[in-house]
Design a protein around this ligand. Structure first.
Ligand code: ADP
Length: 246
């Protein structure tokens, strides 16, 4: 079976000529169904660009991306939107919650947009697990930043999308809630969903099956399985590596 997320020799250059910035440089990676992968690296190392290219939100300058078995090259925006709607969920920094909808409506919206009946029992469980069981009728404006982040996480996990892309999903959460959320993410991956998570936090990364390290747009290292200590140690040395290249 093809890996749900495949990047082959992906390069991404922003700008032209003397303004050109190489954000990704020859990145190849296969993420298997049911895997939970953390992506780490110094600021500006290409983590967000990697996520955006993998999700078809940004187009690589070179190389190929295959998402849930579909090569993204040559797809137009409506085809990409359709593909994401069917198979992909996101937890990004800007939560993109609908202010006029309740928590429950926000979480079930992706299923409705994709033409599926929401799985009420599963949505209830996920909302309970992220600590929002008693907030389902609230609107985002009535919730704290951390609670809004949890709505975005619940929305991604409740959809049972084949692939979940997350950018610092636990960044705004207190540590107890963050660990609960990471535990839930790990469970959904074990259930077969493929999770890719950008994080700066070695504790969060230690919940993944594998940690990929980027420096200057290149994948320079991989730890599997990770521990907090191994990841923290590698990050310290990556900082030195990044400075050494400048
Ligand atoms: P990270 O997520 O690791 O902080 P990014 O993927 O955001 O890194 O950025 C990688 C490099 O690409 C950086 O040098 C950044 O300035 C540059 N970059 C990212 N997005 C753009 C853009 N839209 N236009 C120009 N340069 C960009």
């Amino acid at each position: 079976m093809t890996a749900p997320v495949r990047l082959h020799d992906v390069g991404k250059v922003y700008g032209r000529r003397d303004q050109a910035v190489t954000a990704l440089d020859g990145v190849s990676v296969d993420l298997a169904a049911g895997s939970f992968t953390a992506v780490m690296g110094p600021s500006g190392s290409g983590k967000s660009t990697l996520l955006h290219c993998a999700a078809g939100l940004d187009e690589p300058t070179s190389g190929t991306v295959t998402l849930v078995g579909t090569p993204l090259a040559g797809k137009d925006e409506s085809e990409l939107t359709e593909l994401r709607r069917e198979h992909v969920a996101f937890v990004f920094q800007a939560f993109n919650l609908m202010p006029a909808l309740t928590v429950w409506q926000n979480v079930t919206l992706p299923a409705l947009l994709a033409g599926h009946e929401p799985d009420t029992a599963w949505v209830t469980e996920v909302l309970g697990r992220v600590g929002l069981g008693d907030r389902t009728k609230h609107r985002p404006g009535e919730l704290s930043g951390g609670q809004q982040q949890r709505v975005a996480i619940a929305r991604a996990l409740a959809s049972r999308a084949e692939v979940v892309f997350a950018d610092e999903p636990t960044g705004a959460l207190d540590s107890r809630t963050a660990l609960d959320v990471l535990e839930l993410v790990r469970e959904v991956a074990r259930g077969g969903q493929t999770v890719v998570m950008v994080t700066h936090d070695p504790v969060a990364a230690s919940y993944a099956d594998a940690v990929l390290f980027l420096v200057d747009g290149r994948l320079v290292d991989r730890i599997a399985p990770p521990t907090v200590e191994l990841v923290a140690d590698r990050l310290v040395h990556l900082g030195e590596l990044a400075r050494g290249r400048r």
